[in-house]
Ligand binder design. Structure first.
Ligand code: ADP
Ligand code: MG
Length: 252
């Protein structure tokens, strides 16, 4: 049965979304199938407290190791796993994907795409339940956002902070029915609301920066750069545009 990999910043609503997916799959399995072996694996089920993130580098390795061995132990043709963790290192998501490959079962990634400010706000509201601010900032700075151009991050379902629910029907179709891959929710054009605005701005800016830097690798002395999803091209007269331009765009 499939491996559903959750990913997202600390306090970005991962466990909330994971439980929503768990309930959806439980209900639907009960209605449509005989088997109902679903496991939600997270820090709580593994007995890892937030205090153990004090020394992030050491303790996170422990947390990642515990997650990986639980997935290796439980994932099978008959058991569906929801791996509810930050899973923010792409190499680690690759390792999880390899476990699914080895079992011969599908996988997908569900990304809680909320802005850093929103995650920080939700984290603060948790009080003592949340992450300390130093740990929070460290985890945020090392986060490697899922990218569905990588096979281990695909199919990718992005849930925005103000989405009322996860697209569970689409996840079901992708990993149970295995119909053709649905569009990544983040690529479906919909108006950015106030809460998802910063996230969208940051993501779009990053896509433009990536396209410019990629073009510069092959182009000496300016030229045109094509941005995915946009008809017009950006023209550059300069030989190279530095990352400073990006920072200025963000500050503007
Ligand atoms: P994570 O598992 O990513 O650390 P949680 O699901 O435990 O995050 O949620 C962290 C906090 O954010 C909780 O206090 C929760 O009530 C709040 N929260 C989660 N999702 C939302 C949402 N969509 N809107 C507002 N608050 C939310
Ligand atoms: Mg959680």
């Amino acid at each position: 049965m499939p491996l559903v990999i959750i990913s997202g910043l600390p306090s970005s609503g991962k466990t909330t979304r994971a439980k929503e997916i768990l309930n959806y799959f439980n209900d639907r399995f009960n209605r449509e199938r005989q088997t109902n072996r679903i496991h939600l694996i997270n820090d709580e089920s593994l007995g890892i407290s937030k205090d153990s993130y004090q020394d992030t580098r050491v303790d996170e390795q422990h947390s990642r190791g515990a997650m990986l061995s639980a997935v290796e132990r439980l994932l099978s043709k008959d058991d569906l796993i929801i791996a509810d963790g930050m899973n923010y290192i792409k190499g680690f998501r690759y390792q999880l994907y390899c476990v699914a490959r080895a079992v011969g079962t599908p996988h997908c990634v569900v990304y809680c795409g909320v802005s850093i400010d929103t995650a920080r706000e939700w984290n603060t509201k948790r009080g003592a339940e949340g992450y300390g601010s130093t740990v929070f900032n460290e985890l945020v700075s090392r986060f490697e956002e899922p990218d569905d151009r990588n096979r281990w991050d695909s199919p990718l379902f992005t849930v925005l902070s103000d989405d009322t629910s996860v697209s569970c029907d689409a996840i079901w179709d992708a990993v149970i029915v295995r119909s053709p891959k649905p569009p990544n929710q983040s690529t479906v054009v919909k108006p950015a609301s106030e809460t998802s605005y910063l996230y969208e701005l940051e993501k779009t800016t990053q896509e433009i920066v990536d396209a410019v830097l990629e073009a510069q690798k092959h182009n000496i002395g300016g030229g045109n750069v094509k941005i995915a999803g946009v008809n017009q091209q950006i023209s550059f007269l300069l030989a190279s545009v530095t990352i400073l331009a990006y920072i200025r765009m963000c500050e503007a």
